[in-house]
Design a protein around this ligand. Structure first.
Ligand code: NAP
Ligand code: HSE
Length: 429
């Protein structure tokens, strides 16, 4: 190959876990770039909050704490936003696009909230805006949904898209740990953040599912459209009982494209042990996609971490650089050309697992069945587990039932004199 004289210059916004990984990967791949993109690729500047912080393996002379140093540098063609949060990331991305710079981001919070607005500005300015790393870290999922699977009518995208909660549920299942103990271990090992709320309450997964559903169904879904429930109420006992019934409990992000609208929610769910997602353990992620032509497909890998996430960011950078080479940036931007209705959670049908303590005396079970039946909740299975004092522990599994009917049934059962408590309610896949 002839000596390549063209240079594509990149600026990183952030030099934390992901930013440092991207920097190192660009260095590692340096000699491959002329072959892969027909140009040299280098990092020209890195925006950080604190220039004096020690950063292993990063050239300190590239650091700046002034956004204008990057915005006004005409040689910088690609801005890689890996700082996180909504502001100032949103403003910087907007300004970069308006200045004709292409943007790669890993920011699911921002894309799930303002994706359309940002993609519109990218289109107006003929720029690329890619965000593969925003969903499931290193797993290639957004590009396959947009490109490789574009010949399908996709009806279902669901998966395990949060590594922290999958790690916690795996430890509870494999080692019988309780939630708090497993969360403490996730924190110690660096999986969970100092404030793990977004992970354990399902918000992080909700943002990722919103992004995937928008692309898969060609219709905008934002985080506000996603009903989210976390895993804080799941106990080791629920997991043990689920296992005895041939199921695992996983935090699943589910998006379905039905004839009556899009269903999108994040919940802990019982899933049959024979389902491929049931075997995804530790901090791994996996996304299951169903299309009318391809049938079932599954994407599996590391959903977070320095190099897995940097791998996804790097793939986007390389795509932008190739587009620059062939003058075809802005080819695939907003793919939401439909405006499908999004169902309210009360309109969605699910099966339920319900664990409860009730008085252990004749007629109680019959009364429970009668109460459930009044709001059209049909029982698929009842198992009497332990006797705890004067109470019997029951596990009830329902057939498919409308969420609003089930919610009403729960109120009625809680109101029965013979009910001590409803300990857990979990959806069944
Ligand atoms: P991080 O380790 O906290 O790093 C954030 C970096 O951004 C730091 O270098 C910080 O500077 C810089 N920064 C933050 N606010 C800034 C501001 N206002 N001005 C200038 N610099 C600022 O975060 P991360 O884990 O790398 O995550 C980055 C993004 O990737 C987030 O959107 C996250 O959701 C996403 N993501 C992360 C992972 C993962 O495994 N970590 C996986 C997928 C997606 P200082 O160093 O000076 O503080
Ligand atoms: N907190 C996220 C997780 C990091 O646990 O999966 C990747 O987005």
């Amino acid at each position: 190959m002839e000596e390549v004289k063209r240079n594509v210059k990149v600026a990183l916004l952030g030099s934390g876990t992901v930013g440092t990984g991207v920097y190192k990967l660009i260095e590692r791949q340096k000699n491959e770039m002329p072959y892969k993109i027909g140009a040299n690729l280098s990092v020209a500047k890195i925006l950080v909050r604190n220039k004096n912080k020690k950063r292993e393996g990063v050239d300190a002379s590239l650091l700046t704490d002034q956004w204008e140093d990057i915005l006004l540098d005409e040689d910088i063609q690609i801005v890689v936003e890996v700082m996180g949060g909504i502001e100032p990331a949103r403003t910087y991305i907007m300004e970069a696009l308006k200045a004709g710079k292409h943007v790669v981001t890993a920011n699911k919070d921002l894309i799930a909230e303002s994706g359309k607005e940002l993609l519109d500005v990218a289109e107006e300015n003929g720029c690329d805006l890619l965000f593969e790393a925003s969903v499931a870290g290193g797993i290639p999922i957004l590009a396959p949904l947009k490109q490789s699977l574009a010949g399908n009518y996709l009806t279902e995208v669901m998966g395990i898209v949060n590594g922290t909660t999958n790690f916690i549920l795996s430890k509870m299942s494999e080692e019988g740990m309780e939630f708090d103990e497993a969360l403490a271990l996730a924190t110690e090992l660096g999986y969970a953040e100092a404030d793990p709320t977004a992970d354990i309450e399902g918000y992080d997964a909700g943002r990722k599912v919103a992004i995937m559903a928008s692309i898969a169904f060609n219709s905008r879904v934002t985080f506000d459209d996603v009903h989210t429930e976390g895993i804080t109420n799941i106990t080791a006992k629920d997991i043990k009982y689920a296992k005895e019934m041939g199921c695992a409990i996983k935090l699943l992000g589910v998006a379905k494209n039905t004839e009556t609208g899009i269903e999108v929610h994040v919940n802990p769910m019982l899933i049959p042990s024979s389902h491929p997602l049931a075997t995804v353990s530790d901090s791994f992620n996996a996304v299951f996609v169903h299309g009318d032509a391809v049938d079932d497909t599954m994407f599996y890998g590391r959903g977070a971490g320095e190099f897995p996430t940097a791998s996804a960011v790097m793939g986007d950078i390389i795509e932008v650089a190739r587009n620059i080479q062939y003058h075809c940036n802005g080819r695939i931007l907003c793919t939401c050309y439909k405006n499908l209705p999004i169902k309210k959670i009360t309109e969605i049908e699910s099966k339920y697992f319900m664990r409860m303590l009730v008085e252990d005396k004749p007629g109680v079970l019959a009364k429970i069945a009668d109460t459930l039946g009044k709001t059209d909740v049909s029982i698929a299975q009842v198992i009497q587990k332990n006797k705890i004092g004067d109470y019997a522990e029951l596990v009830v599994i329902t057939h498919l039932v409308l969420e609003q009917n089930f919610a009403e049934a729960l109120i009625n059962i809680r109101g029965m004199e013979t009910t001590k408590e409803i300990s857990t309610v979990i959806r069944v896949y």
